[in-house]
Design a protein around this ligand. Structure first.
Ligand code: GLV
Ligand code: MN
Ligand code: MN
Length: 417
């Protein structure tokens, strides 16, 4: 397994060099470097004898059907493995990509063991929501929940999603063809933890219990751009000052809620674009991203409504325009009990402690879970760092996940074979 682990890590590092921005890893949905990632994945998959294709949503899909299987087995239901290959700006090398490389290595293990198990590996085209403000585009297409109205949405350069797809060589009119049918046993995603818990406890892996729900919004404060030297303070309609006041009240209220009524709740404004963004001009507009994550949908919705009302009040008091739209309302999902139990048995068989853990990060698994039995395995994240270039993974943990894969696939093949 050592060789497999080394290869998976080296491949992640190679893929991190396939980027929109020299010197740092940024690979948004269907941008040019995605072609290079596909080429590498295709090479790896074809070397194993997998049949490779790209679906209408840009997901690269490799199908492994065991050789020598009976006709009946050739038509058998398949297990899906995978994760995403898009990234946040200035990303690390392992978020998403490691799950794809490990999925391919799991196929290699199944092949070596001649397991009578069909496996499809999916490298999802989009999970982060960076280009169009909405995440899970790849897994939505696979689960048949892709809303075609999104094809008209524009990225920061004004390119519609439909145009981006065509430029990549896809046919958005065929998006429905990406959807799976009922011939799937389940979906398993391997992913780095992206948090500090496993490292603190000295444990290499954990089985995910559930994934926290989230809301994402886009908000815009519209004031009046004007001269910074001549406009008196009481006559300004400063969009940036309004945004700043709102961001501060969000942080204050959610911090308080997290330490009292709603432990674990998190809210973030991670992006702000102001116009004209000049030192001697009062900001005329401020566009913000907002997201809030919490286990209870009712509480998440209540907070979203409250914070929007606060933004409206701030804008009104300052004589500023305010508008918002919702990009995502994703409920908390539980992972499948049976599939997770199989994963736990595999962890135990390898001699590791069986730790379960909730996920605060979103994953393709939360979309897949609504369609097929789904389970996830987290690998420890050194220093708990992710969404950052120093994100890493330990080779020994990658090796552990491969041994767990071996046990898991053997058990599954026995049950379905
Ligand atoms: C995905 O990385 C997320 O935002 O949780
Ligand atoms: Mn991520
Ligand atoms: Mn991810």
């Amino acid at each position: 397994m050592k060789e497999r682990a080394e290869r998976a890590i080296a491949d992640c590092r190679r893929i991190a060099l396939m980027t929109e921005e020299p010197g740092r890893t940024t690979r948004r949905f269907l941008t040019e470097p995605t072609h290079a990632v596909h080429a590498l994945l295709r090479e790896r998959m074809e070397a194993l004898g997998m049949k490779v294709s790209v679906d209408s949503a840009g997901n690269l899909r490799g199908l492994w059907r065991p050789k020598g299987a009976s006709a009946e087995r050739l038509n058998q239901n398949r297990l899906i493995l995978g994760s995403h290959i898009d990234t946040v700006p200035d990303a690390g090398a392992f978020d998403g990509v490691l799950g794809v490389m490990l999925a391919i290595e799991w196929v290699g293990i199944a092949r070596e063991l001649r397991l009578p198990l069909a496996i499809e590996v999916i490298a999802f085209s989009e999970e982060e929501g960076m280009r169009y403000g909405v995440p899970f585009l790849g897994s939505r297409a696979v689960t048949g929940t892709f809303d075609a109205a999104m094809l008209k949405w524009r990225d920061a350069n004004g390119v519609t999603m439909g145009t981006a797809m065509r430029a990549f060589g896809l046919n958005p009119a065929k998006i429905k063809d990406a959807a799976i049918e009922d011939d799937v046993i389940g979906f398993v995603e391997l992913h780095i933890e992206q948090g500090p818990v496993l490292e603190a406890e000295g444990i290499p892996v954990a089985v995910v219990e559930g994934i926290t729900g989230q809301t994402r919004l886009n908000l815009r404060f519209t004031g009046q751009a004007n001269h910074a030297g001549t406009t008196p303070m009481d006559l300004r309609r400063d969009a940036l000052a309004a945004a700043a006041e709102w961001i501060t009240t969000v942080e204050k209220q959610i911090r308080k809620a997290a330490s009292s009524t709603d432990p674990g709740i998190v809210a973030t404004v991670g992006r702000i674009v102001i116009e004209p963004n000049a030192g001697n001009v009062i900001a005329g507009s401020a566009e913000l991203s907002f997201e809030i994550r919490y286990s209870s949908s009712a509480t998440r919705h209540r907070w979203t409504d409250k914070l929007i009302a606060d933004a409206e009040a701030i804008a009104k008091r300052r004589g500023i325009g305010f508008e918002w739209n919702e990009k995502l309302d994703q409920r908390t999902v539980r992972m499948d009990r049976r599939l997770s139990t199989r994963l736990k048995s595999a962890v135990k068989a390898c001699g590791f402690p069986v730790r379960t853990i909730p996920s605060g990060a979103g994953h393709d698994a939360m979309v897949m879970a609504a369609r097929v039995p789904t389970a996830m395995l987290f690998l420890r994240s050194p220093r708990g760092i992710s969404h950052h270039p120093t994100e890493s993974v330990l080779e020994e943990d990658v090796e552990a996940s491969l041994n767990i894969g071996r046990e898991f696939l053997m058990r599954l093949a026995e049950e379905v074979g």
